[in-house]
Design a protein around this ligand. Structure first.
Ligand code: NDP
Length: 272
């Protein structure tokens, strides 16, 4: 398994990243990033709304790995969607992250009536070279079908909730068709993949946990994973997913666990 996915513009994106949603600004997020870098992670997933971009910036600038070897994602918050407002939001994220470019800038949620305008601004930011890649998040099939006919630049990534209980196979197929890299949030179901019997049983074949099996299944589906933890041991465990391979039969067993069940908000029905 390759450690990087090559996006449609040629940029290499590590297929494993550290999520930092609900990692506290300050020592907590900084320590988490230091543990992760030490464990081999080279990709951090934050967002303006997480309120921890300053800590992320501090950690990426002091962790000992050059900025050019790290891949940093941040996201445009819903309240800042539009056209002009996007440039301001982007500049604020850059300032908080203490960096002069972002590796991947995402529209966080498909805000009705706004996301097309926002996308035009992301295209401009991409062309200016201040984001090495741009993409969307929480876009379902119908959102992409609505956006794609009007874009100049096809989004490089779509980051969505994805795990054995929420698979949305049509969305995955559509992303593959347009070479939009598929990225999984809540990839270990907030730690609950360890309570899914089939995952735990499959894990016994490899001395892996249910969480590790979920992550491996996602990678073998072609997705990019960003498990979140602030705990050193868990950060290390969540990265130990490159030394085993699920068989076709095991992949299909996990495919059958789909319940179309969300942990997080529904992109068709959110009010924030
Ligand atoms: P995850 O599936 O990554 O689960 C994180 C939770 O599981 C935390 O409570 C963590 O606690 C716990 N955990 C982590 N590792 C283990 C382990 N090995 N064993 C048991 N428990 C564990 O959920 P997230 O929702 O955080 O998703 C991951 C990332 O995706 C986010 O951090 C964020 O970057 C991104 N995201 C994006 C969204 C979007 O709208 N685009 C929405 C939601 C998330 P602890 O820290 O205490 O270890």
């Amino acid at each position: 398994m390759e450690q990087n996915k090559i996006l449609h513009n040629g940029v290499a994106m590590p297929v494993l990243g550290l999520g930092v949603f609900r990692s506290e600004e300050g020592a907590e997020v900084e320590n988490a990033i230091n543990f992760a870098v030490e464990a081999g992670y080279r990709h951090i997933d934050t967002a303006a709304i997480y309120g921890n971009e300053r800590g992320v910036g501090k950690a990426i600038n002091s962790c000992g790995v050059p900025r050019s070897e790290l891949f940093v994602t941040t996201k445009l918050w819903n309240a800042e969607q539009g056209y002009e407002s996007v440039f301001k939001a982007f500049d604020k994220s850059l300032a908080r992250l203490q960096t002069d470019y972002i590796d991947l800038y995402l529209i966080h949620w498909p805000v009705k009536g706004k996301y097309k305008e926002s996308w035009r601004a992301l295209e401009q930011i991409y062309k200016s070279g201040r984001a090495r890649a741009v993409g969307v998040s929480n876009f379902m099939v119908h959102h992409l079908a609505d956006l794609l006919p009007e874009v100049e630049i096809v989004p490089m990534v779509n980051q969505v909730e994805f795990h054995p209980h929420l698979q949305q196979p049509e969305l995955l197929k559509l992303c593959q068709k347009y070479q939009i890299a598929h990225e999984a949030w809540s990839p270990i179901m907030k730690g609950k993949a360890d309570q899914v019997e089939t995952l735990v049983e499959i894990g016994r074949n490899y001395n892996k946990s249910g969480n590790q099996v979920a992550l491996r299944w996602e990678l073998q589906k072609g997705s990019i994973v960003i498990p979140k933890s602030v705990k050193k041991e868990r950060i290390i465990a969540n990265a130990a997913i490159f030394d085993f391979n699920l068989t076709n039969e095991e992949m299909q067993q996990i495919d059958r666990l789909d319940l179309n069940q969300r942990i997080g908000p529904d992109p068709n029905n959110f009010s924030f």
